[in-house]
Design a protein around this ligand. Sequence first.
Ligand code: PMP
Length: 386
Amino acid sequence: MTSRILMHVGPSIGNYDVLSAAVQPNIGFASPEFNSAMKSSLEGLRYITGADDSYTPFILPGSGTVAMESVMSFIPRNSRILVVSNGVFGDRWEAIMSRYPVAIKVLKAEAGKSVSLEDIDHEVSSRRYFAVAMTQVETSTGVKLDVESVAKTVRNKVDLIIVDGVASIGGENMQAARWGIDVALTASQKALGAQAGAGLLVASRSAIEKLREESISGYFADLRNWSDLMNKFLAGGGGYFATPPIGTVFSIQKSMALIRSETIEARIKRHEICSQAFRAGISHMGLEILASEKLRSNTVTGVIVDGIDIPDFLQRCMKKGVEFGAGVHPAFRDRYFRVGHMGWVKPEHIITALNVIESSLEEIGKEVGHGSALAAEEVFSKHHEI
Ligand code: PMP
């Protein structure tokens, strides 16, 4: 077994109890244990997304992409949809939706930046859009979109507001009901820090009402097949549409229980402090952060290092016990790497990560400022709550 720290952008830093909850003597999907795990996981999902009881929570087999594709269940044929894309995962909305009979307009930001509120407002004011789809944290750059402000801007102009929170929910604030968001979705392996294998979403009453209309979605991810089933789990029962990711659901149940005992507010604060400390260390080294200053997220940081072979650097870090992610944004691909500080991240992970980055860069002859861990420690010393 490896004892490497996984600071990739997902799966993220693990917790032994959460991951091992997936490994049990085989339990059937019709068992009371599974029904109860679904019920508490669905309720936990409402809790972490700020969704009240009017929202239907879903846990689907698959991953974040299945949750994204499942939103096509709410969208009528020939609808016009605005996609706000801050990078590779914003573009995934376009890739998915272009398979369906809908008209898409994409507003794109430069790498490290965000589409502006003004541009979004201008677009929804000049044409009738049925839905706006966006990404809360763009994993290719670490940019956080202010989804609360976007929702406020578009709420009275569109039917459906959809937020991909795959790299944020559980580590960033999400208040679906308060902010008027119809669909907020995530995946089990990111800021929830559970086993991979499930896509999760909450859908507002008004979104669910759209399931009465004709469907343009496929079969598996058509939420018409899943919504009654989710209500049965919420009521303490169960049932079957397609085999659920049983182990992953037990892992999610454990994650949700730990999140409740920590509280979602404290968890978000922990992410915020850890990300600040990490960035303080990176800046101390003299390295550049890809996301513009005001757009930096609690969960993902892209670090630009020019003049080195990034894959070789990442291998060296891996050998020293910390795994980071390669860059994926085409505009910066060979010039940066990505760090996930989410899930069960703690100060010691940040300190270790900074030491490993600093010593690996030194090893390959890149001159950087020394003592980055101390710069991080300084941030931690101001916050005794974590
Ligand atoms: N959206 C975002 C913001 C993501 O970070 C990811 C995964 N990196 C996805 C969607 C796709 O999720 P998955 O890989 O779980 O299908």
